[in-house]
Design a protein around this ligand. Structure first.
Ligand code: NDP
Length: 259
């Protein structure tokens, strides 16, 4: 039988107070996992805890900046003590800065790479030793279509998410022998607060040009929703994907195939 159950598993989803991370953690809870999440601010953690509670989920929420290696190591040690060893890690926390490359400072570029690429390295490194001891582990890196494409104003994001795809492959090849599978999910254009500015109506009431472009170019003719990521995430976190390692699953309504 194919086994999609996450019963008895502890899942950490970073930056999961809302948006894609929240939807993925909710799906994991529905599949039976115990949910741990972190966010960078206490107010976001509180907001997340309330939102999970509303869905009947008793999540464990912590404040932790995923770019701070010492803080991450202390956070993972605390989770292992208070909740248990992490079976499933989703590196979801991310930022984007939409600035034309020649107007971007090196510091702004570094900030994006720090959260979107360095942090998944830091958090993965912190959980892998316990996964090895336990004899299994699943790591899911939230990549992007920008892991494959370049576009105006997203140079740092594309560089980081492209790097994250290669980090995914590397973790898979380096730790596959320990029964650890590391895969990516590449969301297409998903309606979350991060992309809200791209859907704002123009002063004349017409669609934002980018919004119109996405709807025209996506074979599904719509933006994705965080819920669209739920099934693919459960698949990659469960025993159903035990022989899938080092890949990125694009969940994009077909736009990568079309563009
Ligand atoms: P966001 O990218 O807006 O945020 C995810 C969470 O991460 C937020 O709560 C954010 O806090 C938090 N965060 C940011 N920096 C840190 C940090 N240093 N430490 C801890 N937490 C941090 O949410 P989305 O749901 O839109 O995106 C989730 C993931 O999906 C991201 O990796 C994103 O790049 C990726 N993605 C999103 C797409 C989309 O269309 N929305 C498309 C493709 C990929 P705060 O709110 O304070 O910033």
């Amino acid at each position: 039988m194919v086994n999609f159950s996450l019963e008895g598993k502890v899942a950490l989803v970073t930056g999961a107070s809302y948006g894609i991370g929240f939807a993925i953690a909710t799906a994991f809870a529905q599949a039976g996992a115990t949910i741990v999440f972190n966010d960078i601010k206490q107010e976001l953690v509180d907001k997340g805890l309330a939102a999970y509670k509303e869905k009947g989920i008793e999540a464990h929420g912590y404040v932790c900046d995923v770019t701070d290696e010492a803080a991450v190591n202390a956070f993972i040690a605390q989770v292992e003590k208070e909740v248990g060893v992490i079976d499933i890690l989703v590196n979801n926390a991310g930022i984007i800065k939409r600035i034309p490359m020649c107007e971007m400072t090196a510091e702004q570029f570094r900030q994006v790479v720090d959260v979107d690429l360095n942090a998944p390295f830091i958090v993965s490194k912190a959980v892998i030793p316990s996964m090895i001891k336990k004899g299994h582990g699943k790591i899911i890196n939230i990549c992007s279509m920008m892991s494959e494409l370049g576009r105006e104003t997203v140079s740092a994001y594309a560089a980081a998410k492209g790097g994250l795809k290669m980090l995914t492959r590397n973790i898979a090849s380096e730790y596959g022998e320990y029964n650890i599978q590391c895969n990516g999910i590449g969301p297409g254009y998903i309606a979350t607060p991060q992309t809200a500015p791209l859907r704002e109506r123009q002063p004349d009431g017409s669609r934002h040009p980018f919004d119109a472009f996405i709807v025209a170019k996506t074979p599904a003719a719509r933006w994705g929703t965080p819920e669209d990521l739920m099934g693919p995430a459960v698949f990659l976190a469960s025993d159903a994907s035990n022989f899938v390692n080092g890949h990125v699953l694009y969940v994009d309504g077909g736009i990568l195939a079309y563009i």
